[in-house]
Design a binder for this molecule. Structure first.
Ligand SMILES: *Cc1c(COP(=O)(O)O)cnc(C)c1O
Length: 369
């Protein structure tokens, strides 16, 4: 086995900086005042990224991103509420599954995996069913990399007087979202995506009024964001054991985020990564699944070569041996693979990754694309 760790070109966990990993070398006491300050500073910095301090609370939650999504739906949608779930990929389907498991009434609206939901769709759907109270949307659908038009959809939902829940897991921190302009009840993201922390906690930006009215909604003790927030506000501490090392790493990652130049700089680096990736792969004859206009600079889905000598598993192993971890495709209809543009990587790593892809395909004698 190689002693050099491969670079992760996956949408979380992803490649983090040495400085972020080194921040985990301390054992923090969860009762310690210094740790409380770390949590408070973390929430303040997160709220600042979307200018949400006036309108929203940041509620951190232990677990992977899905835990936070489930907690947001369970806490903010009343038990007699009804959710319209907008789907164009696997994460949208997961939102519907969450509603199903939690026993919240829901409708789904599904478009093809290369077709964004439109504001006109949402307008029509809300007109047709006045019992809908909430709309749930994936901002960047990570199963392909498609970007849904959040500002337009949020605007229509507000005009209907309905509430919006946004899974912005793979976009928050890299794509601009302004809480002063985009009305939402909840926006959910996590430590191990575009902020380049390690995985282990999510956070929900919850509208202050909506959260204040959410007592008793939750189906679960540990996933109750109302309680989680109340306890944190009262004591400065997490309710139940915090993921101390994850918090410390995310705090350190956020300092680097600011030093890099905040959201515009992060966005630019990922956009450059994405452009280099697309250009270099095109030179090999590998085509991207999505047209450029709806491609977010987060993760790119490529059509797999048609050559019968191509097999994802063997391809993956060969690219990994050259130092890069790719991601399998998540589409049911077409054979694809995915490459992430996010993480502590830049254009040089993207070029090297495509060179590794070229070499792997040559070794496999894949000729037909
Ligand atoms: C990563 C991600 C999640 C959370 O997935 P986990 O495996 O629970 O971390 C949710 N939604 C989207 C769009 C994501 O990219």
């Amino acid at each position: 086995m190689s002693t050099v760790e491969p670079i992760l070109l996956t949408p979380g966990p992803l490649t983090t900086s040495l400085r972020t990993r080194q921040a985990m070398m301390v054992d923090w006491g969860s009762w310690d005042e210094r740790f409380n300050q770390l949590t408070a500073s973390l929430c303040e910095q997160l709220l600042a990224i979307l200018d949400g301090a006036d309108t929203h609370h940041c509620v951190p939650l232990q677990g992977s991103g899905t835990f936070a999504v489930e907690a947001a739906i369970g806490t903010l949608v009343p038990r007699d509420g009804k959710v319209l779930v907008l789907i164009n990929g696997a994460y949208g389907k997961r939102l519907a599954k969450i509603c199903e498991v939690l026993g919240r009434a829901y409708n789904t609206f599904e478009t093809a995996e290369d077709e964004p939901t439109t504001a006109a769709d949402v307008d029509r759907l809300l007109q047709a069913d006045s019992s809908i109270t909430h709309v749930a949307l994936i901002h960047c659908e990570t199963s392909t990399g498609i970007l849904n038009p959040l500002p337009e959809i949020a605007d229509i939902i507000a005009r209907h007087g309905k509430r919006l829940i946004i899974d912005a897991m793979s976009s928050f921190g890299a794509l601009p979202i302004d809480a002063r302009k985009i009305p939402f009840d909840a926006l959910i993201a996590a430590s191990g995506k575009c902020l380049e922390g390690v995985p282990g906690m999510g956070f929900v930006f919850a509208n202050k009024t909506s959260l204040a009215n959410a007592a008793g909604n939750a189906h679960s003790l540990a996933m109750d964001l109302f309680d989680q927030h109340s306890y944190l506000a009262k004591t400065g501490q997490w309710r139940f054991t915090p993921p101390t090392h994850v918090v410390a790493a995310l705090h350190e990652a956020l300092l680097q985020y600011t030093e890099e130049g905040g959201l515009p700089a992060r966005h630019q680096r990922y956009a450059d990564n994405c452009r280099v990736l697309l250009d270099e792969m095109a030179k090999l004859g590998l085509r991207s699944f999505l047209p450029a206009a709806i491609q977010a600079p987060i993760i790119v889905t490529f059509h797999a070569p048609k050559d019968p000598r191509y097999q994802f598993k063997a391809f993956y192993e060969r690219v990994k041996a050259k130092g890069f971890i790719l991601y399998p495709g998540k589409l049911t209809q077409v054979e694809t693979f995915r490459v992430g543009c996010i993480g502590h990587v830049n254009q040089a790593e993207m070029k090297a990754a495509v060179a590794a892809v070229a070499e792997a395909l040559r070794e496999m004698e894949v000729l037909e694309f």
